[in-house]
Design a protein around this ligand. Sequence first.
Ligand code: GLV
Ligand code: GLV
Length: 360
Amino acid sequence: GKYRVVSTKPMPGTRWINLLIQNDCRLEICTEKKTILSIQDIIALIGDKCDGVIGQLTEDWGEELFSALSRAGGKAFSNMAVGYNNVDVDAANKYGVAVGNTPGVLTETTAELAASLSLAAARRIVEADEFMRAGLYDGWLPHLFVGNLLKGQTVGVIGAGRIGSAYARMMVEGFKMNLIYYDLYQATRLEKFVTGMLPLTYGAFLKASGETPVTWKRASTMDEVLQEADIISLHPILDKTTYHLVNKERLSKMKKEAILINCSRGPVIDETALVEHLKHNPMFRVGLDVFEDEPFMKPGLAEQKNAIVVPHIASASKWTREGMATLAALNVLGKIKGYPVWFDGNRVEPFLNENARPPA
Ligand code: GLV
Ligand code: GLV
């Protein structure tokens, strides 16, 4: 192959590999056993000549790596992730490296994990599972693991982009929850969906049966969501404006029995404040896929029965992970060989820092 492309990790599927090797690329996949590569490891992988790199969200793509990539003649970097808080796009610009991410293919998978955590927290699935395995179940009792009924409660979504909107739709449609969302931008498609769906699907039927149809609204402040919602799911991007978005003060505004879900990025929550809040509010529950100092948890979190914790697996379905790998390869290929790149009838979006994109 004419072009040398490096992937810092083996990725699922073979489609991404075939795409690259059938298009003039020589692909090198790093099979180093340690989970997180250091900057020095990656500089060594880049070497003297490298046209493009596919990297991971655990890697710190800043000044050092982009200057190394640019010295090696590289013009393309794709994160195998939709989030790119690990990428310093200004540094990439400075060294003339295009940066791509992998939106779209993980929307539903990620929303489904947020929904899974919502249900697991509401119905105390993990605690109940531990109880069974510990041999503590000695007979049915009226008060055993009583949780929350979702139907008729309010789901709050903070950050109603692709993933937040998909989650909202699942919770409204699937569990007949009322919706309140907060976003700087109006979630037009989500609003259309809930508006069109409600009367048609069950609004009229529920009225006839004496029940009230679900309602929805866009909140004008985030605090409105915190105060009104029974389950709150966080779906913003992580940047300076969303760092510790949920802090001690905001936690105190939430209902005592609320459920908080985070499948975005750990630092969106002040995790130390969250541990304190969980300790003092045993009815408050949380479902976390991401953590402030991954792979670590803040002291005390693991001991909290009212916390469900999973290791950053929101996008982990086979279809999605193969799709992310394929998109990452297409990103790099598009830059090396020229746009437009078409994939399964869809135009692959140009790089983040080459074209302004609509808000996520
Ligand atoms: C995963 O966290 C992603 O951003 O894709
Ligand atoms: C519970 O198992 C019931 O039958 O109500």
